[in-house]
Design a protein around this ligand. Structure first.
Ligand code: ZN
Length: 326
C-alpha cells in the first residue's frame, strides 16, 4: 500500500455505532474458505523474505506463485517489462503475473469477465518504523502489505468452481506497486500502470466488466471501511455498495459501510488508464503499516477467509445477475 493522501478519522463515532450498521447473517451458510490454508500461503510468501521488485526474493516468489496458479487450473502469463531503479538508475526486470480462469479460448460462451488484483512486491524499506535505525534496514517483510493479497487470491481461487459458469475470472498480481525509496521522488504503481496501458492498447483479448483490488486485508484486527475514491467514482460506487451489501447479508461485520480513508493504490491505473471500473478493498487501520512489525504475527487466516467469503459471494451474485430466468 502506498502513501495515504487523506486520513479522515471519524473519531467521534464509537466502534459499537459503526458495527451496529453492518447487519446480521441472512443465509445461515458457512464460510467455505479455508482460513488455515490461506494463512499457510501468507506464511509461505513471507518465507521468501523481502520481495522487493527485481530482487531474488521476488523472483522466487514469482516462480512459486506461477506454479500455484497452474495447479489451480489457471492459464498463467508472466508479463515482463523494465523499470528504472530509483536509487541506482539501473534497469530493473519487473513482471506482472496474470492468471486466467475459464479462458476465452476454452469457454467462448462466456461473455463476461471480472478481474481481481493485488500487488505482490514489498516496499524496499520500512520507512515508518518507530525506530529510525530500522528505517534503513532492507528487512521489511510485508505480511499484510504484500503477502496478504497473494494469500487471499490463491485461497479464493480454490472456490471458483462454485461461481456460476457464465462469469470468467482473472487474477492479476502487480509488480512494483511500491518500488519507492523516497517520497515523493519515486513513482508508485509501475506494474498496474504497465498492465493497464497494455490492456487499453489491445483490441482483442479479454474485456473486464469490473475489477477489485485487495491490499492489506490480512490484519488480525480487521476493519474494512469503504475507500473514498472508489466510493466517489460514479461507476465504482455500485461495486462498493454490492460488496458491502454482500458482507452485511452474510454477516461479515468487519466490512463497515462507511467511507473513511482515501488511498492511492493500483485501482487508480485500472480505472483511469484501463477504464475498468475498479474498487479498492483495504484495511488501512494497521499500526504496523510500513514498519518491521508487519509480520505474520499481525495477520490471521480468519481475516483472509472473511474477505474471501465476501468476494466469493459477491462473484456468485454477479454471475447470477445475468443467468437466464426460470
Ligand atoms: Zn505499502
Amino acid at each position: 500500500m502506498n502513501r495515504l493522501l487523506l486520513a479522515l478519522l471519524l473519531a467521534a463515532l464509537p466502534c459499537s455505532a459503526l458495527f451496529a450498521e453492518t447487519g446480521v447473517a441472512e443465509t445461515g451458510a458457512e464460510n467455505p474458505l479455508d482460513a488455515k490454508r490461506a494463512f499457510g500461503y501468507l506464511e509461505k510468501v513471507c518465507e521468501f523474505g523481502p520481495r522487493v521488485s527485481g530482487t531474488r526474493g521476488m523472483t522466487q516468489q514469482r516462480q512459486w506463485l506461477v506454479e500455484q496458479l497452474e495447479e489451480l487450473g489457471a492459464e498463467v502469463q508472466v508479463q515482463k517489462f523494465k523499470g528504472r531503479h530509483p536509487e541506482s538508475g539501473k534497469r530493473v526486470a519487473l513482471a506482472n503475473v496474470i492468471a486466467t480462469f475459464r479462458p476465452e479460448a476454452q469457454y467462448p460462451e462466456i461473455q463476461r469477465r471480472v478481474v481481481l488484483a493485488c500487488h505482490y512486491d514489498t516496499r524496499p524499506l520500512a520507512d515508518r518504523d518507530p525506530n529510525p535505525l530500522n528505517r534503513r534496514l532492507p528487512r521489511f517483510l510485508g505480511a499484510n502489505d504484500g503477502a496478504s493479497g497473494v494469500a487471499l487470491l490463491l485461497e479464493l481461487a480454490h472456490h471458483f468452481d462454485s461461481v456460476p459458469a457464465n462469469l470468467g475470472i482473472d487474477l492479476v498480481f502487480f509488480d512494483a506497486e511500491e518500488l519507492v525509496y523516497q517520497d515523493p521522488r519515486d513513482p508508485y504503481f509501475l506494474g498496474s500502470q504497465w498492465w493497464a496501458q497494455k490492456y487499453a492498447e489491445k483490441s482483442n483479448g479479454p474485456k473486464y466488466e469490473c475489477g477489485v483490488v485487495v491490499d492489506m486485508i490480512g490484519d488480525r484486527d480487521l476493519q474494512i471501511y469503504q475507500e473514498r475514491t472508489s466510493y466517489s467514482w460514479q461507476e465504482t460506487r455500485p461495486i462498493i455498495n454490492e460488496i458491502w451489501g454482500t458482507a452485511a447479508r452474510i454477516g461479515v461485520q468487519e466490512f463497515i459501510p462507511r467511507v473513511r480513508y482515501e488511498v492511492r493504490d493500483d485501482h487508480l491505473a485500472m480505472r483511469n488508464i484501463a477504464k475498468i471500473p475498479t474498487a479498492e478493498i483495504i484495511d488501512f487501520d494497521y499500526p504496523a503499516w510500513h514498519t518491521l512489525a508487519d509480520t505474520p504475527r499481525q495477520c490471521s487466516g480468519e481475516s483472509l477467509a472473511k474477505v474471501g467469503y465476501v468476494l466469493l459471494e459477491w462473484l456468485k451474485t454477479k454471475a447470477a445477475d445475468q443467468l437466464p430466468g426460470p
